[in-house]
Design a protein around this ligand. Sequence first.
Ligand SMILES: Cc1ncc(COP(=O)(O)O)c(C=O)c1O
Length: 384
Amino acid sequence: MYSLQEWLCEIGGFAATSLQPAAGAHGELTGILIIRAYHRDRGDLRRTKILIPNSAHGTNPASTAMSGMEVIELPSDERGNVDLAALRAACDDTVAGLMITNPNTLGLFEEHMLEVVEQVHACGGLVYGDGANMNALLGIVRPGDLGIDVMHYNLHKTFSMPHGGGGPGSGPVGVCEKLADFLPGPLVEVIEAGDEDEAPLFGLVMPAKTIGRVKAFHGHFGMLVRAYAYIRMQGKSGMREISDHAVLNANYLRVRLRQTYHVPYDRICMHEFVAEGRWEQAPGIRALDVAKRLMDFGFHPPTNYFPLIVHEALMIEPTESESKQVLDAFTEAMIKIAEEARTHPDILHAAPHVTPVGRLDEVKAAKDLVLCCRPAELGEPAKR
Ligand SMILES: Cc1ncc(COP(=O)(O)O)c(C=O)c1O
């Protein structure tokens, strides 16, 4: 755990890291609570606003709202960047910080990142980096060097598992020097340095002004082991290769698919790009239908409907681990699905066809939770 903390500090350019948060969204909540604690500690109680670009992942405003802060949405410009004029207008002494994802959820590198950071710092705010897209930056750019004050990693995306791989997540949070005292604990620290014959003595330490624990025990420990092993296996040079391949794979797919699927922000992308799952010639078809049909071809469907600024969004994020053969098979499946959308839309509407269960009622699953199951003879389980 100590090594992983240290490596994440090095990779992101941070002074300290806590491994506690259970997932990306939980890391965001933790980071915003740290920002809040920092301002409060300085007696600056007016800062209650967090600025968030409208290209953000849905968890960004959700976790910010959960922290009790007010979400202020910023528009994007026509190239998918934060609109600098709108940012300037929003910056004042009530701003606690900005939450920004770079590359953003369009898969685009923020072209004015340094100006954005400078602007927020100039008004006394802090910059939160949503590090879920670190796949694109490993070994190339350190968010801490760009001026980001606090950032979560999605270990389950960047260090071992493609997006949507399932299972638990882990969202460690790295911070700059001035926020280190506010991190959730315990952290693992060297209590007594070792020497040639003796290993150092490690201990668990609570930072001086900690926001407290955010997770029982030490977070999702299994995921920490997985990330530790992946980073160790890749080594320093492997870090850069991860990003090189993830970015190359995404651009390969973008260029192969852009004749068939409209890519609204069509410029060199990072590790993902966003296409539209809709066509004028196939009026009844939605991104959801494309995603469900992909399952029949053996592909895990991409995230759809995020970011909100793209209609019927399909966010395509191949990761570093897919071979050219897999990317080609994916492209062929996508092209075939686009053809079916025009010629046999019913196939898409009824998809998936080969999975043990068909289309689930996702709204019911969220609104009508059944949290326990028991044998039929005991009747329906209690509902919440
Ligand atoms: C850009 C971005 N931010 C935040 C998250 C949230 O992470 P998690 O699903 O681990 O809560 C994701 C998830 O994919 C993401 O893509």
